[in-house]
Design a protein around this ligand. Structure first.
Ligand code: PEP
Ligand code: MN
Length: 343
């Protein structure tokens, strides 16, 4: 961080100000010009708030040169993080696919889809038990019963389960029953919830908010990590733009952008991004080519009668052929190279 002091500020005030910064553990380099004094801060500047500094009477300008996130920052952790989930993992170069229906509807439905996606090569089963719906009159999920059915599907297939937690009330239950806790786009900045997630060690799949910047996504990851839980997987699921032909706009550039800034794995959700089943294939292929660590795809055996998001769900047969073609694309996918980027 660079701080430019107002012209002709007295030396006493500047020295006082420097002392306050030094008391926060920072090294302060000073450059006294004719009129201006410039301070260069070295050390962990995450502890100071640039807006608070800017509010000081003697401060002309504050320039932030380093990202505000630390634990999620690749600068302090150059190697890719690999998040362990049961016997599997996400991150570190290999492609991991999470697949399953938007929501759990019955034992037959979830078990049969779990068997199909496993056979096609998926490593994790998704399925919503508690659903964040725009309308309070829409299907809200099977809730605790849905969670039990997911556990049955896990037992029958061995696939670890990924499901969404909507608030702190069910946290203990999720810690006990679930392999990866999904935090949906609408809760990305639920800071109270994020703080609670920091106190556990369960892997967290953190989805990007509907209108969140990449930095805001990384700051939300930082909330969880700052509390002590470093098992965070990021997910780009489309952001809201002026475009109406798709449900959201898939921001593929989030993959290289996040890879450069952070060591955390980043996966892509083409289903919620596009909102249409026939776009899932091209977007999945593009995501793998662009270096995504994985995908989360909605698969349903009867999309026309699905209780949620049928229009964006692909059938098991389509999922199988997609998985086969992804193996080919994986061979020439982009991967982040610290030396090439000159990090
Ligand atoms: C989901 O994965 O079912 C979901 C609701 O996703 P998002 O939070 O990205 O909308
Ligand atoms: Mn859905």
């Amino acid at each position: 961080m660079i701080i430019v002091m107002k012209p002709n500020t007295s030396k006493n005030i500047i020295e006082d100000f420097i002392e306050r910064l030094q008391n926060k553990g920072l090294i302060v380099h000073t450059d006294f010009g004719d009129k201006y004094c410039i301070l260069g801060l070295i050390g962990d500047t995450t502890a100071i708030d640039p807006e608070q500094i800017q509010a000081h009477d003697a401060v002309e300008k504050v320039m932030v040169v380093q990202e505000p996130f630390k634990k999620a920052n690749r600068l302090f952790h150059p190697e890719d993080s690999v998040i362990k989930i049961g016997n599997g993992s996400i991150g570190g170069g290999k492609l991991s696919v999470i697949a399953g229906p938007c929501s759990v509807e019955s034992e037959d439905q979830i078990v049969s889809i779990a068997q199909d996606v496993k056979q096609a090569g998926a490593s994790f089963l998704r399925g919503g038990a508690f659903k964040p719906r725009t309308s309070p009159y829409s299907f809200q999920g099977m809730e605790l019963e849905g969670l039990e059915l997911l556990k049955i599907a896990r037992e029958k297939t061995g696939l670890p389960i990924v499901t969404e937690l909507m608030g702190t009330k069910m946290l203990d239950k999720f810690v006990e029953d679930v392999d990866v806790i999904q935090i949906g786009a609408r809760n990305m900045q639920n800071f109270e919830l994020l703080k609670e997630l920091g106190k556990i060690d369960k892997p967290i799949l953190l989805k990007r908010g509907l209108s969140a910047t990449i930095e805001e996504l990384l700051m939300s990851a930082e909330y969880i990590m700052a509390g002590g839980n470093e098992n965070v997987i990021l997910c780009e699921r489309g952001i809201r733009t002026y475009e109406t032909y798709t449900r959201n706009t898939l921001d593929l550039s989030a993959i290289p952008a996040i890879k450069r800034q952070s060591h955390l794995p980043i996966i892509i959700d083409p289903s919620h991004a596009a909102g249409m089943w026939w776009m899932v294939e091209p977007l999945s292929k593009a995501a793998v080519a662009a270096g995504a660590d994985g995908l989360i795809i909605e698969v349903h055996n009867d999309p026309a009668n699905a209780k949620c998001d049928g229009q964006q769900s692909i059938k098991p047969k389509k999922f199988k052929s997609l998985m086969d073609s992804l193996k080919e694309i994986e061979k020439f996918k982009w991967s982040f190279d610290i030396n090439e980027i000159g990090f």
